[in-house]
Design a protein around this ligand. Structure first.
Ligand SMILES: [Zn+2]
Length: 489
């Protein structure tokens, strides 16, 4: 069977100009379509996902180099600083649990107790400065996130109790538990492999915003720990018998310097130029982590989210260099830090905006990975019940593409803005890709999807046509808002 699952075959397809090796001119495109340059996307992702930047962890040297690169590119494109600066500091603090003073103890009603160890048995889930702390209370079983959300009225009394949940529970289920009086949560993970994934992805330290007045749109309002298999068994037994739990957290703290970046292209129209169309992408990634089977410990974040940054810069270049497509609105390009650590940069930006949020007409977030072929089906998260979602459907239809919408969730940086009432969407490419069967599309995605793995890095043979299409759709949507501002009110 002939499948387009290998690149050699893939690159024979004459339409995929992204396969052209660096240095060869890009194929000209019809005048009506924006011409996002694949060589530009290639160059930006090559730099940002390079091992020298060591995975761009928030607050790291590599992230600072990435930030300087982005500012340098904004300057080259003639974009302007916002509120006097391209960089906007995000005050953070690194909190590292100290093993000796950090423990979890389970008490039976008769006073018997068992003490459990950080990492081996449990890990804190992270949180804000207010919620990253110890807690204690009676263990009360509440079930999984779905049950909590669907039948909150069936919850037992939780006043002063610690809610025991099946699996990890995030907002909004955690908010329901907090409203019912729970003072903390323990999330049971019965399977060793799943527990390892949780511990590996959470790391051994936590970043929190030092400004406690900033509301987190990501972390639950109460403290929580993830419990491994052995502890999970002990907690189930103790909860059944009316036992209690005590978690003590001893944290070593040090300040971390990180920054969001804001670059502005003033609008052509005096009246509309007062209002901005906003493109957002986070530039941080996971940094150095657990080595994979190739002994690679650098989590480069090519598709997550060097690709998003590259698309924003390529869109900026396209808007800047194509006077006939000049936008009447101003265009604001925002590059966030701290996304991987729980939307820290975007939460802070929304709380302390250098531009009033009321002046943002629409926001388009790019952070869904780099599609390895041209998408023509899209999910627009945040587009449900939002005029921007309806407009995205029309834009897609006019190109023979399709859009489904879904409500906004805390899965990327558009969410804090959506919460504050800014028309905000997150464009997500869907399968199958244009001209490919469902099977071929899946095979291609399996080959290239390395979400949160060390292997998510720059490959010369990666086909950039999909990323080009992704950026084009974002640009076309912004253009549609610019031409029909009345539709986004
Ligand atoms: Zn991401």
């Amino acid at each position: 069977m002939h499948r387009f699952s290998t690149l050699s075959v893939f690159c024979l397809l004459p339409l995929l100009s992204a396969c052209a090796p660096a240095g060869r001119p890009v194929r000209p495109r019809p005048a009506h379509a924006p011409s996002i340059d694949t060589l530009t996307l290639r160059a930006h992702t090559f730099f940002l996902a390079h091992d020298l930047l060591r995975g761009r962890a928030t607050g790291s040297h590599g992230a600072a180099v990435a930030a300087n690169y982005i500012v340098s590119e904004c300057r080259r494109l003639g974009l302007e600083p916002v509120g006097g600066s391209f960089m906007h500091a995000v005050p953070l603090e690194l909190s590292v649990p100290v093993a000796g003073g950090t423990a979890l103890t389970v008490f039976a009603p008769n006073g018997d107790s068992a003490r459990f160890t950080l990492q081996r048995d449990f890990v804190p889930t992270g949180g804000t400065r207010a919620s990253l702390r110890g807690f204690a209370g009676q263990l009360v079983w509440v079930g999984g996130a779905d049950e909590i959300r669907e039948r909150p009225e069936a919850l037992p009394t939780l006043s002063g109790a610690v809610a025991v949940t099946a699996g990890a529970v995030r907002r909004p289920a955690a908010e329901i538990l907090a409203r019912h009086g729970a003072v903390g949560m323990v999330h049971l993970i019965a399977d060793t492999g799943t527990y390892r994934l949780h511990t590996a992805s959470r790391g051994r330290d936590f970043l929190v915003l030092t400004d406690t007045t900033v509301r987190s749109s990501f972390f639950p309002p109460i403290p929580a720990v993830i419990a491994g298999p052995q502890l999970s068994r002990a907690l189930v037994a103790a909860a059944r018998r009316g036992g209690t739990v005590r978690v003590t957290l001893d944290l070593e703290r040090r300040p971390v310097h990180a920054a969001n970046i804001a670059c502005l292209l003033p609008g052509a129209d005096e009246r509309l130029g007062d209002t901005a169309l906003v493109f957002t992408a986070h530039y941080d990634h996971l940094g150095i982590g657990t080595p994979d089977e190739r002994s690679d410990s650098i989590y480069n974040g090519f598709s997550d989210n060097a690709a998003g940054v590259a698309m924003l810069l390529a869109i900026a270049e396209e808007v800047r260099n194509t006077p006939e497509r000049a936008l009447r609105h101003s265009v604001l390009f925002l590059f966030f830090t701290g996304e991987e650590r729980g939307l820290l940069g975007s939460d802070y930006f929304v709380a302390r905006p250098p531009v009033p949020l009321s002046r943002m007409r629409a926001l388009i977030n790019l952070d869904a990975g780099a599609p390895p072929a041209r998408p023509w089906h899209w999910r627009v998260a945040g587009g449900t019940g939002n005029p921007l979602g309806a407009l995205a459907k029309d834009v897609a239809a006019s190109h023979g593409w399709s859009v489904t919408t879904s409500p906004a969730t805390a899965n990327s940086d558009y969410y804090p803005f959506a919460q504050e009432g800014v028309a905000s969407v997150f464009i997500i490419p869907r399968l199958p890709y244009q001209g490919l069967s469902a099977d071929s599309s899946q095979a291609l995605q399996r080959r290239w999807d390395r979400y949160h793995q060390a292997a998510d890095e720059f490959y010369e043979e990666f086909p950039f046509a999909g990323l080009q299409r992704y950026a084009e759709f974002a640009y076309l949507l912004a253009l549609a808002v610019d031409r029909n501002p009345g539709r986004i009110e």
